[in-house]
Ligand binder design. Structure first.
Ligand code: HEM
Length: 203
């Protein structure tokens, strides 16, 4: 029963989402090669690709932060504790019993309450951890000049970056699983490609 169709994701938003996804996948693959988990490109090549992807992501974020503020879309990330429990109940129990989804997307409210909290945690905690440790790693050769050498050790920066990398990898897999929980398996993915989401709710 498909009765509603709403436009949720704007063109730039879809571009930003998929470019960020591609860059993060590249960073996970090359990052864990640098870490020594496997050999794919060779260490030197993995470091170069990881570095180019990091600068590209930084550029993408600069444009995206500008876009979030000029369009007012940043408000989508404001957290609210209302109905978070309903979402937790749905994902742990309701979804396996075919219960109705407790949240219905609109263009003004794209994210369910649990999603808001998860994205805020990504923005406020995991991303800064990865960025600060990544940039310190990148500028390791300049620590002396910057007056940082006495406060930092390469081991602690590497550990912080690796912890951040595991966190974002966990986020990535949970995120991909949750994309399949729309009214059909690919409903959310399709919406992020076309901008339009079909729902089983009358609109
Ligand atoms: C977004 C997801 C990212 C993931 C999953 C990731 C993952 C990793 C991992 C697992 C390592 C190996 C750490 C070790 O064993 O010591 C690494 C190294 C590194 N990462 Fe990332 N990283 C990401 C983002 C970034 C960013 C944003 C930057 C820069 C701003 C960055 C810069 C670096 C540098 C410079 C190294 C060390 C390369 C070397 O040994 O020469 N990474 N990354």
């Amino acid at each position: 029963m498909s009765t509603g169709r709403i436009y949720i994701y704007k063109r730039y938003e879809r571009f930003w989402h998929w470019s960020q996804a591609a860059l993060i996948i590249i960073m996970m693959i090359t990052g864990f090669e640098i870490h020594g988990s496997y050999a794919l490109l060779g260490f030197g090549k993995a470091v170069s690709v990881h570095t180019v992807a990091a600068w590209s992501l930084l550029l993408l974020w600069a444009f995206t932060i500008f876009w979030q503020f000029t369009t007012g879309e940043w408000r989508q990330y404001l957290p609210s504790m209302k109905n978070v429990l309903a979402m937790v109940n749905y994902y742990t129990i309701g979804i396996f019993r075919n219960s109705p989804h407790p949240f219905h997307k609109t263009a003004r409210h794209k994210h369910n309450p649990l999603q808001r909290l998860a994205y805020l945690a990504l923005l406020a905690f995991i991303s800064p951890l990865i960025w600060v440790s990544g940039l310190l790693y990148l500028f390791y050769g300049n620590w002396g000049q910057l007056g940082l050498a006495q406060y930092l050790s390469l081991e602690s920066v590497a550990l912080a970056h690796t912890i951040g990398a595991f966190m974002i990898t966990a986020f990535f897999f949970i995120h991909v699983y949750l994309t399949t929980t729309g009214h059909t398996v690919f409903a959310h993915i399709k919406a992020m490609i076309t901008g339009w989401e079909e729902s089983d709710q009358p609109h």
